[in-house]
Design a protein around this ligand. Structure first.
Ligand SMILES: [Zn+2]
Length: 425
């Protein structure tokens, strides 16, 4: 597996660089890998990609998604199913070689496997979507056809991929609309196929998700169910041991994390998740964890660096609930930094105004936020903010704003929340 490990390492390094560079870009779309651990309890989120899957699991009388649902129920765990629509239109294609990234097809992915596309996907298996929703789980958008947003030659060679933002959005809207029409369910999170973000026309997954009103659902702990090993038993162990070791080293270490899993086969067409999941759930239960969907985790603790018990948390959550963008693209908040005018506009702007269907640079996004903000600023001292509120006829407690020459982001969020509450009365 040397090549896979290398490719993963390179990718992880690239993502770390991007994360550092994007650290302080205010954005309505956040790449959410984890949340700040709540102090009073242990919460962990679990996500399952590529289903729903009705292919019968070896040695059982049910398909994989139903097996997973039954096990989750046993442990009272609620999770996020990151579903696809259908890969049935991803032909003509040739079956790829098992054990490689092209295992299910050379030009496209096919789930649950090549030639059996009708057994997976929300559109082919609506009864499983119903079962997921009846079980109290969350559903997120993994792309209707699971096509790559762009190229990644190192791993996927000459594979088919989308060329434009419009194509990507069209694919996401297709599945989004299906779930709204058939189930009255609105998705709020997306994860690109194979985490490929860049669209060839210069746009990115962030543009697509901004238009969709989604956050970018990443992960912070690999459930390891995608990687084939010499035997099924080894694959199951490889999914359990890292979790066991992490909890043994520090029982708190999974608090606020998002675990990546597959509601599908690994690259050798085996499904170790079927036997690994109950063992993982037992370990988490014994360590005092509650397993929750990603959105439920974010409701408690929206940002990676903001203590959900902090003074500003309630205001920040209110802004998020109104679709506002108080935080940064990398899912940090940094309440201790001084707010900039652009950041304050992002906290106040009507989200609908930021959804224009095209790629937007951070500068263009900020300009759109300024145009859509109820407040126009000369500067951003406390006095400027209070004056701005006065002009709108909204009373905002002076508090720390009164004599502040600069305003901290935490105080700005409290101000923005009061202003919006005042305006909506
Ligand atoms: Zn996938």
């Amino acid at each position: 597996m040397g090549l896979y490990d290398l490719a993963r390492k390179v990718n992880a390094k690239r993502k770390a660089l991007i994360k550092a560079r994007d650290g302080f870009v205010p954005s309505p779309v956040r790449r959410i890998g984890q949340a700040c651990p709540p102090r009073d309890r242990r919460l962990v989120a679990m996500t399952f990609d590529d289903g729903p899957d009705a292919l019968t699991v070896e040695g059982r009388d049910r398909g994989l998604t139903q097996v997973i649902l039954d096990e989750l129920k046993e442990y009272d765990a609620k999770v996020t199913f990151d579903v696809i629509g259908s890969t049935a239109d991803n032909y003509p294609d040739e079956k790829g070689e098992l054990g490689t990234f092209m295992w299910s097809g050379r030009a496209f992915d096919h789930y649950p496997k090549f030639g059996a596309d009708g057994l997976a996907g929300a559109k082919n298996r609506p009864e499983l979507i119903r079962a997921i929703l009846d079980g109290g789980h969350e559903i997120s958008n993994h792309g209707s056809t699971h096509r790559l947003f762009g190229r990644m030659r190192a791993v996927y060679g000459q594979r088919h991929h989308f060329e434009t933002l419009d194509q990507v959005v069209g694919d996401l809207e297709d599945l989004h609309g299906y779930l709204e029409r058939e189930f009255g369910y609105t998705m709020r999170l997306g994860r690109p196929a194979h985490y490929i973000d860049k669209i060839p026309d210069g746009a990115s997954a962030y543009d697509a998700y901004r238009i969709m009103g989604y956050n970018y659902m990443a992960a912070s702990f690999d459930g390891a169910g995608w990687q084939p090993l010499a035997s099924y038993d080894l694959e199951v162990d490889a999914m359990v041991k890292p979790l066991e070791n992490a909890l043994r080293a520090d029982p708190e270490s999974l608090n606020g994390k998002i675990i990546f899993q597959k509601d599908g086969s690994n690259m050798a067409e085996r499904t170790p998740i079927a036997d690994a999941l109950p063992r993982q759930l037992r370990l988490l239960q014994d360590a005092g964890y509650q397993v929750v969907p990603v959105s439920a985790l974010l409701e408690v603790s929206p940002f990676e660096d903001m203590d959900p018990a902090s003074e500003e948390a309630e205001s920040v959550k209110y802004l998020l609930s109104r679709g506002r963008a108080p935080g940064y693209k990398n899912n940090t908040f940094h309440g201790e930094r001084n707010v900039t005018a652009g950041e304050l506009y992002m906290m106040l702007a009507d989200p609908e105004a930021l959804r224009a269907r095209r790629a937007m640079s951070p500068r263009e996004l900020m300009a759109a936020a300024e145009a859509a903000s109820p407040v126009k600023l000369g500067g951003i001292s406390g006095r400027d903010l209070l004056r701005a509120a006065e002009k709108l006829g909204v009373t905002v407690d002076e508090g720390p704003l009164k004599d502040a020459a600069a305003v901290r982001r935490s105080d700005a969020a409290v101000y923005a929340a009061r202003l919006l509450r005042g305006l909506s009365k």
